[in-house]
Design a protein around this ligand. Sequence first.
Ligand SMILES: Cc1cc2nc3c(=O)[nH]c(=O)nc-3n(C[C@H](O)[C@H](O)[C@H](O)COP(=O)(O)O)c2cc1C
Ligand code: SF4
Ligand code: SF4
Length: 435
Amino acid sequence: MADLRTNFLGIKSPNPFWLASAPPTDKKYNVERAYRAGWGGVVWKTLGEDPAVVNVNGPRYGAIHAGDRRLAGLNNIELITDRPLELNLREIAEVKKAWPDRALVVSLMVPCEELNWKSIIARVEETGADGLELNFGCPHGMSERGMGSAVGQVPEYIEMVARWCKQATRMPVIVKLTPNITDIRYPARAARKGGADAVSLINTINSIVAVDLDSFAPVPTIDGKGSHGGYCGPAVKPIALNMVAEIARDPETMGMPISGIGGIETWRDAAEYIALGCGTVQVCTAVMTYGFKIVEEMIDGMKKYMDGHGFATIEDFRGLAVKNLSDWKYLNLNYIAKAKINQDLCIKCGRCHIACEDTSHQAITHMVDGIRHFEVKDEECVGCNLCVNVCPVEDCITMEAMAPGSVDPRTGKVVPAQYANWTTHPNNPSAVAAE
Ligand SMILES: Cc1cc2nc3c(=O)[nH]c(=O)nc-3n(C[C@H](O)[C@H](O)[C@H](O)COP(=O)(O)O)c2cc1C
Ligand code: SF4
Ligand code: SF4
């Protein structure tokens, strides 16, 4: 049976599933129940200085729902912990003592002054916690006060604060990055330059989730007004995966430990982050939606997947997808695929035909000999995959690669066996010899 134990920066946990810094980790009561449910670790809800911040007393969440009312994206205007520092520190010490085998990382956010960072770190040291996560991510409320993403958007500040923190502690330091930036590689490089041991990402994405069309106020609405908030949940996973991938393949940050965060609901989501190089993953929205127990299925599913693939430990497949990340210009232009419809599965809804007819290459029939029939015309199909994505029946349409040597009926040309990309294509005005 697969062994899920992880060692991230020397922090050991029975599995790679950690809870992200957020409401599920804001107190001993929650964290202990999370551990009992099986979570391998937690990042405690971000601590700040006393006096504690004050949250709004009205709605602090908004959401985007899929057609079946499943929560696709969550937006929040919550700040860091609003509990006294002393109370949090006491509970952290108690929890760590009672649960020595679980990871307990403490998230911090204080004003951007050396003394402020060093004095809070000294207090966290006394709790016996396993590590620190520097919250340079929150895009709302705290950023207006010069903290959170206001720091995370300036690589020089990241480097400076990471360096202060590393000088002040024996604990590993993780820098939590904001996605609210044009190119994630710059803050990640700055974290490394500052001596950070790892990065975690993503924090929430700056957003307005909806506008109420009766009150004409953004949602969530507090006494008639609304403010931008942080977006997370399943909808942000693709953005987070890309950012993780960018860091994993950047020569300047390659190999730096990463804790992956963003839209993780299932073992499969987690495995994708691990395949992109993450040593642990962190979860927030899925637990806020479905509760702590989802970790049971995550553990079970991950073990079955690993057993099925012969992976004994997480390290056996961590990072395996990194070598397959490519720039567009290196994709094989001689690879040719065609859509194929399984007539036994087709329910004749016609969505593939409409999509292909109106926005792609008019390559799917809808009537043959006066009968409703959906079939791909290979002589028109460019293999774009749109029909696969709009078809309501899973695996009803598949993409099939053409064998080298066969003739593509669309172009009348033989499919070449050799790889060729845009860099050497005759249509490319700046074509260069293949590297
Ligand atoms: C209500 C709420 C509060 C959050 N508070 C914090 C926080 O205090 N510190 C922090 O680093 N991240 C905070 N986050 C961000 C999460 O830790 C996580 O980075 C983000 O939600 C993406 O993960 P997810 O898609 O699994 O939710 C918060 C998220 C939510 C929804
Ligand atoms: S792959 Fe694209 S072009 Fe081919 S049938 Fe589907 S939608 Fe049309
Ligand atoms: S979208 Fe799928 S199910 Fe609907 S007609 Fe096309 S192939 Fe058939």
